[in-house]
Design a protein around this ligand. Structure first.
Ligand code: GLN
Length: 290
């Protein structure tokens, strides 16, 4: 019997984790994906249902076709601009895993600084309010870091609130979740030691220029109107009347609001107003005390 034309069929290349990671890293770098190696590792670990360390323990064990197919699908979606956190369905915040998907903004590490700054103002058994809660990351973290605190979290989006509810349940946090516009659903007589918020604050005109990843996040969570302050302005104006004496308001802000937002806080009657920067030195949030 003669060989088929062209010789015997060449065996399919054996894709080991190591080969796959190195190919994918290069592909991600060419596709403009941030942190190409880390992203490749996270997606491969997700496709294999293991953690990242495991990838290196089994680094030369060839993968099966179903695993490869699952990984390829993730790689394609990531290269097309889908945020890594949506592909994984989770994002760490303050050391805890939060469920995320297209219904919510992905928690950012910078927002952890706001939580850290809010904690000293929240006594044992105190009351905190998180407005525009999204995943619930601020309110849930406050509740877990201050057991015994009464935490209320509000979002305009019922879809976002459903995610916050799942997170509160999964993480075992007792948080009152209310749907509505800012203080709208909050009982009028309720007063708080802390009001914290990461409202939508991107000026509308900047939305088209955001990275393709951020543009896949809900516009409702990003769009702060023409000057970016549409939501923050209403929030700041109403906050003093909802705080207990000595209570603190913490609001995340756009780097262009370093003067405007503190000024709005002073106009609203806050006595002590401080601008805080993130680790990159960018203005990140304001702390205002009545
Ligand atoms: N920090 C977000 C960004 O990276 C904006 C979040 C917001 O508007 N609250 O664009």
């Amino acid at each position: 019997m003669s060989e088929p034309p062209g010789g015997p069929p060449s065996p399919a290349p054996l894709w080991t984790p190591l080969k796959l990671l190195s190919w994918t890293q290069g592909f991600f770098a060419r596709s403009g994906v941030d942190a190409p190696r880390l992203t490749a590792e996270l997606l491969l670990a997700h496709a294999l249902g293991c953690d990242r360390v495991r990838l290196y323990l089994d680094f030369d064990k060839p993968l099966g076709e179903p695993e490869l197919a699952a990984f390829r699908a993730l790689v394609k979606r990531r290269a097309a601009g889908e945020p890594t956190a949506y592909l994984l369905g989770r994002k760490e915040f303050y050391g805890r895993p939060f469920r995320v998907d297209r219904r919510v903004l992905v928690p950012r590490p910078e927002t952890e600084l706001l939580v850290e700054a809010a904690l000293p103002a929240l006594p044992e058994g105190g009351a905190a309010l998180d407005l525009c809660t999204g995943t619930g990351c601020i309110g849930i973290t406050l509740a877990l870091e201050r057991p015994g605190a009464r935490v209320t979290a509000v979002d305009l989006s019922p879809e976002a609130l459903a995610v916050a509810k799942e997170n509160a349940a999964a993480l075992g946090a007792a948080v009152d979740l209310l749907q509505g516009d800012l203080f709208g659903p909050v009982p009028p007589e309720a007063r708080f030691h802390v009001i914290a918020s990461n409202p939508p604050y991107v000026p509308s005109g900047e939305l088209p220029g955001l990275s393709r990843e951020v543009r896949q996040e809900p516009a409702l969570a990003l769009d702060g109107g023409p000057d970016g302050l549409a939501v923050a302005r209403r929030l700041v104006a109403e906050a003093p009347g909802r705080l207990l004496p000595g209570g603190a308001l913490l609001v995340e802000l756009h780097e262009s609001h370093a003067e405007a937002l503190p000024a709005l806080c002073r106009e609203a009657g806050f006595g002590r107003v401080e601008l805080r920067r993130d680790l990159a030195g960018l203005p990140r949030f304001v702390v205002a005390v009545v």
